[in-house]
Design a binder for this molecule. Sequence first.
Ligand code: ADP
Ligand code: MG
Ligand code: ZN
Length: 640
Amino acid sequence: MQFDFLNQKDPQGKGKKAPKPARFGGNVAGAILFFMLITGLYLVVSGDGKVIPEVAISDLAKSVSAGEVKNILVEGDKLTITYQNDEVKISKKEVNSALSQTLFNYGVTPEALSKTEILIKDESGFMFWLVNILPFLLPIVFILIFFWYLSRQVKGAGMQAFTFGQSKARITDPNDKNNRVTFKDVAGCKEAKEELKEIVDFLKSPKKFLDIGARIPKGVMLTGAPGTGKTLLARAVAGEAIVPFFNLSGSEFVEMFVGVGASRVRDLFKMAKKAAPAIVFIDEIDAIGRTRGGGFGGGNDEREQTLNQILVEMDGFEPNDKVIVMAATNRPDVLDPALIRPGRFDRKVLLDLPDRSDREEILKIHAIKKPLAEDINLKLIAERTPGFSGADLYSLMNEGAILAARENRKKVFQFDLIRAIEKVMLGPERKSHLLSKKEKEITAYHEAGHAIVASVLPHADPVHKVSIIARGNAGGYTLKLPLEERRLQSKKEFIDDIAMSLGGYVAEQMIFGDITTGPSSDLSVATNIARAMVTRWGMSDAIGPVALVDSPGRPQYGEMMEKEFSETVSTKVDAEVSRIINDGLKSAGKVLAEHKKAFTAIAKKLIEVETLEQEEYEKILTAHGIMLKKKEVVAPPEAQ
Ligand code: ADP
Ligand code: MG
Ligand code: ZN
C-alpha cells in the first residue's frame, strides 16, 4: 500500500513507506556485506579463541594408568581432562558407553581409575542446547534473515512498478490538529453547512441512522463558481466528523494508460472502506465526469472507464460501508447525468458567491493572525467587493498584509486593504509603464469618456474611481460601484452598460478623429453582453423571448456560446447584436456631446493627477451641473 501523503500522516498507522527502488542494487550489496560480517563475527565468538589440545582416548588411558590425571569432567561425549600439572586437554569418548568402561577396555585397572576424580555433568541443561544447537541454528537464522531482507527489497521494487495503478490519494489525518479544518473556518455558506451537518452526523454516529433504516446519501456534489470554498467545505466536513479524508483530483485519475484510472478508483475505494467511516473527495470531478460518449473534449476511453468504475463502486456500497463520496465541480452543466441520478451523487450542495455579510465574515476569518490597525473597517471592505469569491477575499487580506510589510509597518491599515481590492481585481499597478504625452492624452479622454457616460446614464452604476495608471492588462481604468448588491440585472442596465463600455471608443473618435487598439477589450465586453441579451435572455424585440443558447448556471461561469441555430436565425441574431451596439454608440455619443465641458474637464484633470477618487471626480461633475446618483451602499468592481 503506498500513499502519497500530503500531510505525512496515516490515520491508522497502517501505511508503510515502501523502500525506494533506486537504491535496490546498493541494498543487495549492503545485505551481502552485512551477512558476511555477521557470519565472521559469529565465527570469532563461537570459534576457539584459545586452542585446547586434544588427546586420543588411548593416550588418556595411559595417563590414567600412570596416575598423571587429576580429574576428568564428562559432559556427554566430551571429556575435559585436568592433569596433575594443571594442564588441561580435551578428548572424546564413544557416545553410548560409560567412561569407566571405555578406560577399562583400554586396560586401565580399577585401582588406577579410583585415583582419578571423575565428574559427570548434566548435559540436558540450557547451555547444552545452546552449545550444541546454536552452531547449526545460527547460520540458518542468518540465512533466513538474509532472504527475508532480500525479498523485501524485491517486493519494494515490484510495488514501485505498480504504483501507477495505486491510488495517489492524499489522506488527511483526522487527529492532526494543525491541519484540521472545521465549519468554523468556513464563513457564510449557511445552507450548505446545514445540508452537510447531516452527513457529519451520519459519519459520527452511523448506528443511529442505520438502526432506524435510514439510507444515507452515498454522494454529495458540491457545485459553485471557482473559489467559493468547495474544497475547503469538503475538508471541513471531514474535520467536523473526525474521519479520514481521502482526497484526489479528477485530473489525477486520468492517466495515459488505459485502465489505470479505473484501477485507481478501485484502490481508492478499497482503502476508504478499510478506514471507514471515511470521506472520499474527488475534486474537479468534471475532468472525468463529463458526459460520456459525446466525444466532447477529447472524450477518451480512459475517462469513460474511470467514470464507469466510480459508478460501479458507488453502486457496490453497502449501507454499512460508511464511506461517503464527496465531489466538487464548477461545471455541473457538463457532468454525466448518470452521476447525478439518485443513489449516486444525489445530494447537491450549491455554493454561491458570498453576499455582503458573508464577505465580512470571510474577511474576519482571514484577518485572524494579522495585526490590524484601529482604523480597519472590514464592513466597508465587504461593501466594496461585490462579486469577490472567498478565494479573492483571502488573497485581498494577504495582499493587504504584504503591502503593509513592504512599507515596514507592523499593522495592516484600511488603506492597505483598499489598495489590495484594486490589486486583486485588476492586477498590480504598472507605474513604470510610461506613456508618451500623446498616449497619456488618449488614455485620459478614453477613461473620461467611460466615466461621464456611466455618471450620466440613469441605469449605469456610479463611478468610484478613474485612473490612467496602467494596471494588469489595462492602460487605465474606471471603477463603477453598484448602488446595491444585486443578483438580477435588467435590460435597461445592460443597455446602459453597453453604452458605458463604448464610451472610451466614442471619446477617442470624437476628440482625435481616430481609434487606437485601446478599446478592443471594451468592444468585446459590449459585444458579449449584446449577444447574451439576444440569444439567452430574450431581451431583443426582433428575436423575442427565445433562449437560443442554453444558459447553464450563471453568466459569470463564462460559458462559451455554441452555434446551434439555423442560418436565418443566426443572421437575425447578428443584425440584432449590431443594432444594440449601434444604439449604445449613439447614446454614448449623445452623452459626450451634451456634456463635453465636463468630459474635457475630467480628461484634463486626469492628465494632471492621473487618478481621480470618487470625491474629486464628483466635485467636477457637480461643478458642471451633472446630478449625482443617490448612494445607498458603497461598493465597486467592474472595470472598463
Ligand atoms: P474552490 O474549491 O471552490 O475553488 P477553495 O475551497 O479552494 O475553492 O477556496 C480557496 C480558498 O479561499 C480557501 O482555501 C479559503 O482560504 C478561501 N475561502 C473560500 N471560501 C471561503 C469561506 N466561505 N470562508 C473562508 N474562507 C474561504
Ligand atoms: Mg477546489
Ligand atoms: Zn476602456
